[in-house]
Each structure stands twice: as C-alpha cells, then as structure tokens.
Design a protein around this ligand. Structure first.
Ligand code: NAP
Length: 218
C-alpha cells in the first residue's frame, strides 16, 4: 500500500483552531490541487476526529485527472474509527462512493451494524485501536493500492509511528492560528528519541497563491 499524506497547515503548523473547527487555510488553487491528488488515488482516508469535527464528504475529485492517470470509478473513502463512532448519517457515508470504516474489536456490535446498514464496508483490525498496518493490508486485498490521507493530526502521527507514510505533501498557508491545544500536522504522543524521528527527503517546493506546497518522500 502506498500512503500519501496531504494536509494544509497554518504558518505555525496548525490544522485548525483549538475549538477543532474547520478553517480555510488554503484557497481555490489548493482545493484544485487536492482534487487532482484525490483523483490519483484509489481511496481518501481520514480519522474519525475529522469526521466528527468537519463532517467531510470527500467525494470531490478531478475526473479529467483521474482519466489521465488511467484510473476508473471514483476514489473510495476510508475512516479510521476504532469504536465505530462515525454517525450513520455522516456525509462520508453518503454520496455514492464506497466507504470503508476501519474499526477495532472494541467497536460495539450495535454501532457496527448501524454503519453497515448505512452502507459502510467494515474492516476489523486491532484490539483496542485500529491496527493500521493490518487494516491497510485488508484494503489492499480489496484492490486499494494507493491511499491519500487527509488528516487529522492523530491519524497522521500514528501512520508515521507505524512507518506507513511514503509521501507527505503540506500546503502551508499565510495565517497564524496559534493555540497549544490546536491540532497540528502530527499529534499523538510524539517522538522523543531523535533517532525515531521519521526522516524526510524534500522533493518539491512550489509557491501556490499566497502559500507554499512542500513535498517530501518518507
Ligand atoms: N487542515 C487540514 O488539512 C485538515 C485535514 C483534516 C482534519 N483537519 C482538522 O483536524 C482536526 C481533527 O484531527 P484529530 O487529530 O482530532 O482527529 P483525526 O486524526 O481525524 O482522528 C483521530 C481519531 O481517529 C481514531 N483512530 C482510529 N485508529 C487510529 C489510530 N491507529 N491512530 C490514531 N487515531 C486512530 C481515534 O479515535 P478512536 O480511538 O475512537 O478510534 C482518533 O481519536 C479537526 O479540527 C479538523 O478540522 C484539518
């Protein structure tokens, strides 16, 4: 599985405000870039924190770009959601594209059944929290070879901690959000030993409107 993390941060590295409300850090040019990137992937993934905060549908993508890269159909959607907290009426379950909800064995059966009734395909991996390695292997078995992860900070940190990130693209916008409790690009527990910091190779720097797009390979 090839994993590409893409997110937009403020100049001070925040994904949103301390109230975890979605903020527009980027603009139309970056939205178009994200739509092209979605088109290049088999699936687009977020953590349940993002679903609960923003209720994204993740259905938009650039269909011309999808045809140009030789992919058919629409990008599937994926939610990492250990306890099946995704509301059955969440936008990520509507709109036609298939949606996988990755849960752990801790997810209550009743909530799993409600999500399945709402059309989700459930993948069970891990005892307490979703075992991302195992869950992604199950997605790969279903033909998902390339996944784009759009956030948030908890999920992105776990992916780095598990050594699952292949590419990282960040749009850094011209605003400062601040707040010690505002989500950043990688939250979780954080690494302590510098030897454990995931090392990145800078492969692209591009000005986009009033911001900059940074691309790394992990
Ligand atoms: N600027 C951007 O590009 C951007 C993009 C996306 C989101 N955001 C913002 O980010 C914020 C949400 O981020 P967040 O960090 O709170 O939430 P998140 O990363 O979207 O979701 C985190 C949740 O995912 C679940 N999860 C399941 N398996 C996991 C695993 N192995 N590792 C980590 N998490 C796992 C956990 O809940 P369970 O333990 O219950 O499973 C965890 O609390 C919102 O404010 C949103 O607006 C910004």
């Amino acid at each position: 599985m090839h994993v590409h993390v893409n997110a937009a941060t403020s100049a001070d590295g925040k994904l949103s405000t301390r109230r975890r409300e979605q903020v527009h850090i980027s603009g139309e040019e970056d939205f178009a870039r994200v739509d092209r990137l979605r088109a290049e992937h088999d699936a687009v993934a977020v953590g349940v924190g993002t679903v609960l905060a923003d209720d994204p549908s993740l259905v938009r993508f650039d269909s011309e770009r999808r045809a140009a890269v030789g992919k058919s159909g629409v990008p599937a959607r994926v939610v990492a959601d250990s306890r099946a907290r995704t509301p059955p009426d969440a936008a990520i379950l509507a709109g036609g594209a298939p949606t996988y909800v990755l849960v752990s064995e801790r997810a209550p059966r009743e909530r799993r059944e409600r999500l399945e009734a709402a059309g989700a395909a459930l993948v069970v991996a891990g005892e307490e929290r979703v075992d991302l390695d195992g869950a992604f292997a199950a997605l790969a078995d279903d033909g998902i070879a390339e996944v784009m992860v759009e956030g948030g900070g908890e999920l992105i940190y776990s992916l780095f901690a598990a050594g699952l990130v292949d590419e990282l693209t960040v749009f850094v916008g011209p605003v400062v959000v601040g707040g010690r409790d505002a989500p950043t690009l990688a939250d979780g527990e954080g690494f302590v030993d510098p030897a454990a910091f995931p090392a990145l190779d800078l492969v692209g720097v591009e000005r986009l409107g009033e911001g900059v797009v940074l691309r790394w390979q992990a």
